[in-house]
Design a protein around this ligand. Structure first.
Ligand code: GN1
Ligand code: MG
Length: 353
């Protein structure tokens, strides 16, 4: 355990750290489950060291997060943010690290892989409730903490730039992947932003950003609000499907295991319609059919870009990690293309349920 972690924990919650363990599988920040002993007894918190290379304006980030977390429509879904006795929600250490903390939601778990349809339904319901709850967020637009985050065309342009630069000489080994992505470039235009309303969305609707109550199996919290921003519901639903609808992990080496599970897709859609059905315009409903392909494509583009740039963005476990992720997403995309009609049918069923 690092000294800084102990000191940071005590700055948020006066007391002694008993134990700390890495929490979750996020690719950006470093997150820890920390158990403390305080004057009032044991206290379970989450501590997170921000990646300020990615989020260069942590104050804007925290402002967004607090506005969202306080909004009555979603407050019940969001873990309580902790402040220091001076009222700061962001702590800067002398080493210029930025840390924040939350109450740990007791007896919860999250899943990188969604294996049953009941869990999928819960995840759809949770994110649907989240976007519905934010539909009437008052005040000015949220800060764009990561500009053009889901601008798929801009992501593809960045990939082309990385190919042209080839800074770590990896282009030669990824010709088939480049070809697969170039061939599908029309996906960057598949969502018509003129025809779809801008909403406040989560923008990182990974399966593991939903916490489940271990006892009831119900979704009880939505976490990772860093990317909450203006955008399209098709992005949130699409990213949800690319993450939770995959029969395998997003970095699975055995591509034979990768596919869109249509039963899980149907359950995600059912859960989503249960809580967001009333919110959506007809054009938004229609956009849910292509959203998953767009988001799966976008992630393939981002992972390959990072691979070609020398792995500067996503945390990796080995040099081929981003390439594996790219291949999984291309494979998943092909599986979605093959099941496009079944997806349409499942969406209609969910809409009518
Ligand atoms: C990152 O932080 P994490 O692991 O929840 C990324 C998402 C990607 C995801 C892919 C800020 O999310 O956009 O979809 O990895 N977050 C950021 O697993 O770039
Ligand atoms: Mg996360």
């Amino acid at each position: 355990m690092s000294d800084s972690l102990e000191a940071v924990a005590a700055a948020f919650v006066p007391g002694q750290v008993q134990s700390s363990t890495p929490l979750g599988n996020g690719h950006i920040h470093a997150t820890f489950a920390v158990d403390m002993e305080t004057e009032d007894g044991p206290r379970a918190i989450v501590l997170q060291r921000l990646n300020t290379q990615v989020f260069t304006d942590p104050d804007a980030l925290m402002e967004n997060m607090q506005r969202v977390a306080r909004h009555p429509g979603v407050a019940a879904w969001v873990p309580g943010l902790l402040a220091t006795p001076e009222g700061k929600v962001l702590l800067r250490t002398p080493e210029r690290e930025c840390w924040r903390a939350w109450e740990r939601v007791p007896n919860t778990e999250s899943f990188d892989l969604v294996e049953n349809v009941a869990a999928a339904r819960e995840i759809g319901r949770a994110f649907g409730a989240f976007v519905s709850g934010l539909a009437d967020l008052p005040g000015p637009p949220l800060h764009a903490t990561l500009p053009d985050f889901h601008d798929t065309a801009a992501r593809l342009a960045k990939l082309e730039a990385a190919i042209a630069e080839d800074r770590v000489a990896r282009v030669a080994e990824v010709r088939p992947e480049i070809e697969g992505l170039r061939r599908r470039a029309s996906l960057t235009r598949a969502l018509d932003r003129e025809a779809l309303p801008e909403r406040v969305i989560h923008a990182d609707t990974k399966a593991n950003n939903v916490l489940f109550d271990r006892a009831t199996g119900r979704a009880v919290a939505v976490v990772d609000l860093d990317t909450v921003m203006s955008g399209l519901l098709a992005w949130d639903f699409g990213d949800l499907v690319r993450s939770a609808g995959n029969a395998a992990l997003e970095d699975e080496a055995d591509l034979a295991k990768v596919s869109l599970r249509i039963d899980v897709f149907g359950a995600l859609a059912e859960g989503w319609f249960e809580t967001a059905g009333a919110l959506m315009t007809p054009a938004e409903q229609a956009s849910l059919a292509v959203g998953p392909q767009v988001m799966t494509y976008e992630l393939a583009v981002r992972f390959l870009t990072d691979f070609l740039e020398g792995d500067r963005y996503f945390r990796i476990r080995d040099p081929a990690h981003n390439l594996r992720r790219t291949r999984v997403h291309l494979h998943l995309l092909a599986s979605m293309e093959n099941q496009h009609q079944e997806m349409e049918v499942a969406l209609h069923r969910a809409a009518g349920a």
